[in-house]
Design a protein around this ligand. Structure first.
Ligand code: NCD
Length: 301
């Protein structure tokens, strides 16, 4: 594995291998020497709490040097392009660049202009592969398996890189997915990824896991639902719509009272905070896999 840009870059064996090494890493909170002397650069051109903090901590736990740049407050605010930002920071010879960007394909551009291993931390609505891996990890830790499970993903699928990555990842490990939401938020032809769709919230009834998505208003150019109140009334995940024992997940940030009822988020069947913990172990596993065996990189001019 040279880069991790899309779940499509991975085979089932690689996914299983990453989950195994994440499970080993989750058992210790010691600092490990694996990436000593290597620089991990984190470039976030969109807001982030969980993804950026866990990548940063993951790199530190593996003894890497870490440098984090957020678009706001950097020269990106002065109009510097992604290409020039990457050419500039590449002079410090990073071994890995973790990048989140609103444009689809930004990770490929970073890979073209640096010799580093690139990890996609979310590009537009396309892919967010480490989120999908940490979700698989969380499901397996909680339910003991992945193969044969049924996961219902509910909400704004249209604008969700999380949904696209997760459907592919669940398909790789033999789980079944149903996408549920208003017709305007279910992309046409998405079944080609190997999932079913439904516009009825009742379709979550027989799922082992109900995976809730945020309304991603920052990516909406027009009104896709009449109002958030109406959305909550028809598709919001409430205690009344769940069976006891059904697990609930959400990548965060959650909007209580919109896509998820606060009582659901705080219930014992919610795995939302387990997902955060899994993010650290899985991102350590990914960085280790990409970098541990790599020779030092030459600087790209
Ligand atoms: C997601 C993202 O940024 O794609 N959040 C995350 O990484 N935990 C989902 C979202 O913003 O709704």
């Amino acid at each position: 594995m040279r880069h991790l840009i899309s779940i499509a870059d991975l085979g089932r064996d690689e996914v299983e291998g990453l989950l195994e090494s994440a499970a080993r890493l989750a058992r210790t909170d010691e600092r490990l020497p694996a990436l000593r002397g290597k620089l991990v650069l984190s470039l976030f051109f969109e807001p982030s709490t969980r993804t950026s903090s866990s990548f940063e901590l993951a790199a530190k736990r593996l003894s890497a040097d870490v440098m984090s740049l957020k678009a706001s407050g950097s020269s990106v605010d002065k109009g510097e392009s992604l290409k020039d930002t990457v050419l500039t920071l590449t002079q410090y010879a990073p071994a890995a660049i973790v990048v989140r960007h609103p444009h689809i394909g930004a990770p490929e551009l970073v890979a073209r202009h640096s010799g580093a291993a690139v990890v996609n931390a979310g590009d537009g609505k396309r892919q967010h592969p480490t989120q999908a891996l940490l979700d698989l990890f969380t499901i397996r830790e909680s339910l003991g398996r992945l193969e044969g499970l049924h996961v219902a993903i509910v909400g704004d699928v249209l604008h969700s890189r999380v949904a696209r990555s997760l459907v592919q990842a669940l398909g790789l490990v033999g789980a079944r997915t149903t996408l549920v939401g208003p017709p305007t938020l279910l992309p046409r032809g998405i079944e080609a990824l190997g999932c079913e769709t439904s516009t009825e919230i009742g379709a979550i009834a027989d799922a082992d896991v109900v995976y809730v998505l945020r309304m991603q208003r920052e990516r909406m150019e027009s009104a896709f639902v009449p109002s958030l109140r109406e959305y909550a009334a028809r598709w919001g995940v409430t205690p009344e719509r769940l069976r006891p024992g059904q697990k609930v997940m959400h990548p965060g940030p959650i909007n209580r009272g919109v896509e998820i009822d606060g009582r659901v988020a705080d219930s014992p069947d919610s795995l939302i905070l387990e997902q955060v913990r899994a993010g650290l172990a899985v991102r350590m596993a990914v960085l280790q896999e990409l970098l541990a065996a790599r020779p030092a990189l030459e600087v790209v001019a």
